[in-house]
Ligand binder design. Structure first.
Ligand SMILES: O=C[C@H](O)COP(=O)(O)O
Length: 230
């Protein structure tokens, strides 16, 4: 829940010029609040930056006050949608079952969902990393087309805390996630306190295909440095 439309416009003015020398292999997606989607879609038309949303409901339409349907997003040229972020699971009652409904509805409308999975600190300390994540995958991915999917491994204890998962540990867990997938080519991102100072090491890991960036994406220079990792 960051940035009004005015703030988003200001962000773009600072960010887009810094993509002039960005290598072609980088796919850049901005996932703002719903209220910024129209502005972003218009402003980014013809650019290399794609637009994503932060959530989507599974129904086509109906009496679901406060929710947003897949078609409402695709009409705005939205291509991606984050599903099952840990904040949605923790604060808004998301379960693996509702995550699954959202993933399937998103794909049914032509959106490419970014499924977030990850463990709490307590689960990690109790040696339950794989147990937790494999269950999130098993329940979340029922009936989901893995050729139109992105996964983000986000250890909850590393989100917004400044405490980053060591790059080699993130690489190990992401390898475990990949071992459970039918399609080994699903892009798997790491998320959790990604910053200009650690992006190079994170992206040097063989299993890590990208990053889901929160706080550091709010500053144009920081996010551009992350996109332009070495
Ligand atoms: O939504 C963003 C991710 O949860 C990561 O957030 P962060 O980079 O602020 O830790």
């Amino acid at each position: 829940m960051h940035k009004t439309q005015a703030e988003t416009s200001e962000f773009l003015s600072g960010f887009l010029p810094q993509l002039e020398n960005t290598p072609d292999d980088r796919e850049v997606v901005l996932c703002p609040p719903f209220t910024d989607l129209h502005l972003l879609s218009k402003s980014l038309h013809g650019s290399r930056v794609r637009v994503g949303a932060q959530n989507v409901h599974w129904a086509e339409s109906g009496a679901y006050t406060g929710e947003i349907s897949p078609a409402m997003l695709t009409e705005l040229s939205v291509r991606y949608v984050v599903v099952g972020h840990s904040e949605r699971r923790e604060y808004f009652g998301e379960t693996d079952a509702t995550v699954n409904l959202r993933l399937r509805a998103a794909q049914g409308a032509g959106l490419r969902p970014i499924l977030c999975v990850g463990e709490t600190k307590q689960q990690r300390d109790q040696g339950q990393i794989e147990t937790v994540i494999f269950e999130q995958l098993a329940k979340g991915l029922i009936g989901v087309d893995q050729s139109q999917l992105v996964i983000a491994y986000e250890p909850i204890w590393a989100i917004g805390t400044g405490e980053t998962c060591e790059a080699n540990e993130a690489n190990r867990v992401i390898g475990q996630i990949r071992s459970k997938l039918d399609n080994k080519l699903v892009p798997i991102q790491y998320g959790g306190s990604v910053k200009p100072g650690n992006i190079d090491e994170i992206m040097a890991q063989p299993e890590i295909d990208g990053a889901l960036v929160g706080g550091a994406s709010l500053e144009p220079a920081d996010f551009a440095r992350i996109v332009n990792y070495q």
